[in-house]
Design a protein around this ligand. Structure first.
Ligand SMILES: Cc1cc2nc3c(=O)[nH]c(=O)nc-3n(C[C@H](O)[C@H](O)[C@H](O)COP(=O)(O)OP(=O)(O)OC[C@H]3O[C@@H](n4cnc5c(N)ncnc54)[C@H](O)[C@@H]3O)c2cc1C
Length: 490
């Protein structure tokens, strides 16, 4: 079985599905990760009638597996890439200023490695330069000479990367735009006489095919965008290099809630300890993979590597016994399509983005991009579109809605999540609407399944009180987390 059984109608989804097939959209965005979701908000604001189509759940690709830092690109200073650092710093400061319940300033500690041949005083000047590149908006960096540590300020997501992605969908009233998860676009064909794209897609909950029409397509499929372009015979000057990254999520046992970056003394790379609720993210790894399918899997080598690194730094909390969960994503790194990888360490490859318009047809592809730069990407695509296509609706004059900060004790009610947040499966609720699947062992069930009863009750609510469907649905989740079923990603 490749998909959790859930043959139940949900009013919000039914409404959006009905509008999806009845309308002719200005723009269809394929892919509901951070790039697609943030762009959806920007286009709605400009009056574009937009459809956002996501094959799985919103944010369930790379956008639910990041380090959750909204950062100014400190590491790129090593390559003297001042423009990129300036742009990322601006984007970070814009998010901190305008979305204060989602992104907060956070002090980070950077531990200088003994194995590097760089002078620590020169490094400190680097931190001051980093601060200057953000126009001095962040706190002035400090250097603690006793323990070779610099402290400086970055941004951090308050709830999670998945919720940050979700937050872009409902900031403005939907008007005539729609966003639909569990809707996979299989093929797109340009109908020259009608001057629109015809997208053939499948609703994966009811296993039904639908046709969606749109004047423009934006391919925001992240690491899947190359294969989607190929399927639709779109040739591009760029492509993605795939870089897998794994974090171990470990229990915080000694009140160590300091966000710390350690220099690895290798490849000029770093490893981070980022507190997040009751756990801390330790990682990430950086490994090139050839296929997307190979990349979303944590293996023993990844775990060994991260545990060894922690041992070498004498970090007592990062042990195998303390692992609560893991996260694993693939960075979409943009390179020219002629690029051949001869074993380059992927940190050396630019983490910028590129936006490419097809030479002949109304089709735009987003390459690369990070959570930190989501508004920059959305702004650039919107400006590109405004030069080519007049929005069919007036510019929105509604003020963007800000979501309330949630704490552990204040999870969204399941019914609210279904009603307002496109939440349909147990995995949606435990992994992306709340952090339970990451904060509680055994994907939310607890190390001795002590949460079983509570999770089953959530499942029953999600299945609208139907005990038969709820049991099937719970069994699917249970088998998936114990490796017996595989969630079919795309
Ligand atoms: C380990 C790691 C740590 C990171 N840490 C940070 C960090 O701290 N800060 C930061 O700013 N960035 C970070 N990043 C980078 C950031 O997470 C990614 O660059 C970003 O999430 C990519 O978003 P996206 O929208 O392009 O892709 P995705 O989130 O992967 O979204 C693409 C979506 O397209 C959908 N899709 C694919 N094909 C189809 C189809 N045919 N039909 C419909 N939908 C389809 C997929 O289901 C998917 O949801 C990190 C990345 C990794 C891997």
């Amino acid at each position: 079985m490749s998909f959790p059984p859930l043959p139940i109608s949900h009013p919000l989804r039914d409404d959006h599905l009905a509008k999806l097939t009845a309308s002719n959209f200005d723009v269809a965005i394929i892919g509901g990760g951070i790039n697609g979701a943030c762009l959806y908000h920007y286009l709605k604001q400009q009056g574009y009638k937009t459809a956002l189509l996501e094959a799985h759940d919103f944010g369930s690709g790379t956008s639910q597996n990041s380090g959750m830092m909204i950062w100014g690109g400190l590491l790129y200073l090593q390559n003297f890439d001042f423009t990129t650092v300036y742009q990322f710093s601006r984007a970070r400061d814009y998010l901190i200023k305008n979305f204060p319940t989602e992104v907060i300033p956070k002090e980070f500690h950077f531990v200088h490695s003994k194995n590097t041949n760089r002078n620590k005083y020169a490094d400190y000047l680097g931190f001051v330069l980093y601060w200057l590149l953000s126009h001095g908006t962040r706190r002035f960096p400090k250097f603690n000479i006793m323990n070779n540590t610099f402290s400086f300020e970055e941004g951090l997501l308050t709830q999670s990367d998945a919720r940050f992605t979700l937050s872009w969908l409902n900031r403005l009233p939907q008007t005539q735009s729609v966003c639909v998860n569990y809707f996979k676009v299989n093929q797109a064909q340009y109908n020259a006489s009608k001057q629109c794209w015809e997208l053939e897609g499948s609703d994966r909950i009811f296993n039904q095919s639908h046709l969606v029409q749109a004047k423009y397509v934006v391919n925001a499929c992240g690491v899947w965008s190359d294969q989607f372009n190929m399927k639709c015979e779109i040739k591009t000057n760029y492509k993605h290099l795939l870089s897998k990254g794994v974090y171990l999520n470990v229990k915080i046992t000694n009140n160590d809630d300091k966000a710390t970056i350690y220099e690895m003394g290798q490849h000029q790379d770093v490893i981070t300890y980022i507190p997040w609720g009751p756990i801390a993210l330790w990682g990430p790894t950086e490994t090139t993979v050839n296929a997307v399918e190979d990349g979303f899997v944590v293996n023993e080598q990844d775990i060994d590597f991260l545990i060894e690194k922690a041992k070498s730094l004498d970090l007592k909390t990062v042990t195998r016994d303390n692992i609560v969960s893991t996260r694993c994503g693939i960075r979409p790194l943009v390179v020219e399509s002629s690029y051949e990888n001869h074993g380059d360490y992927t940190l050396k490859i630019s983490r910028k983005h590129q936006i490419e318009h097809d030479r002949l047809r109304p089709w735009i592809t987003i390459f690369g991009g990070k959570l930190s730069g989501c508004t920059t990407v959305a702004d650039e695509v919107t400006k590109m579109l405004l030069k080519k296509l007049t929005p069919s609706l007036p510019v929105s004059d509604a003020s963007p809605f800000r979501q309330n900060a949630q704490t552990k004790a204040d999870y969204p009610d399941v019914n609210e999540s279904m009603k307002n947040e496109y939440c349909y499966t147990l995995d949606d609720y435990l992994r992306r609407r709340t952090n339970m699947a990451q904060w509680i062992e055994n994907s939310g069930l607890g190390s001795n399944e002590e949460q079983l009863k509570a999770v089953k009750a959530i499942c029953l609510q999600l299945c609208l009180g139907d005990p038969f469907v709820a049991e099937q649905h719970f069994n699917f989740y249970y088998n998936a987390i114990s490796g017996k079923n595989v969630y079919d990603k795309i």
